[in-house]
Design a protein around this ligand. Sequence first.
Ligand code: SF4
Length: 232
Amino acid sequence: MPKKASPEAGPKLKKAGTPKASPELIRKLFDRFEEDKPDPRTELNFVNPYTLLVAVALSAQTTDVAVNKATAPLFKTVTTPQAMLALGEERLAETIRSINLYPSKARNVIRAARILVDKYNGEVPLTREALIELPGVGNKTASVVLNELDVEPAIAVDTHVFRVSHRLGLADGATPDKVEGQLMAVIPKPWLTRAHHWLILHGRYVCVARKPKCTICIVSDLCPRIGVTDSV
Ligand code: SF4
C-alpha cells in the first residue's frame, strides 16, 4: 500500500508558488497512482465510439453522474448516428433535459449525427482534425475520445486536472491549453494515456477544490501543497 503522510510532510513550498516537480518526483507520483489504480477509466457510460462521443459532448459543464443518468435510457435504443437522426432533436432534448445546456447540446448532437452519416458512413472518424469539425466537439472532447479509445495519448484539462497539476507542481500554465502542453511534455510515455484519468479522479474525490482530503491522499508525502486551503 502506498504510504500516506501527515499534513506536515511533503516537499517545502518555494516562496508562494508551486515548485516544478522534478522528473524523479513525477516518476514517484505516477508510480503511486498506478499502484493504486492500474487501469483507470472514464466514469461516463458508453457502449461504442459513437456513444462515447455523445456522452463526452454532453458532459461539458455538467457531471458524469448527470450524463449517465440521462444517457442510460437513451443508449438502450440509440447507439448510432442513424438512430440519433431517427430520434430527432425534439425527443433527444426531452431525454437529456436534466443536463445543463440541453437545447444547444441536443441541436449539436443531431447536426453531428447528420455529418457522421453523410460524410463518414455513420462511423466516428478517429482523428482530432475530423472530430473537432463536428458541431459541439472541441479540442477537449476530442482528447477525451481519442485517449479513451487508445487512439492517441491526450490529456484533456478540465478544472480537476488543472487544479491537481498545479498543486502537484506538474504544471504552472495559466490556461488549460498551456497546462495540457506542459503535462504532455513532462509525463513519461507509459503513463500518458492513463494520466488524464488519474488526475481527474484524484481531483474529483481527494484533491477537491476547497478542502482537499490530504489526510487520505496517496501522494501527500510527495505533494508540495499539502494542507493547501486555496482553490488552486
Ligand atoms: S489532497 Fe491535493 S493538496 Fe492535499 S496532499 Fe494530496 S495532492 Fe496535495
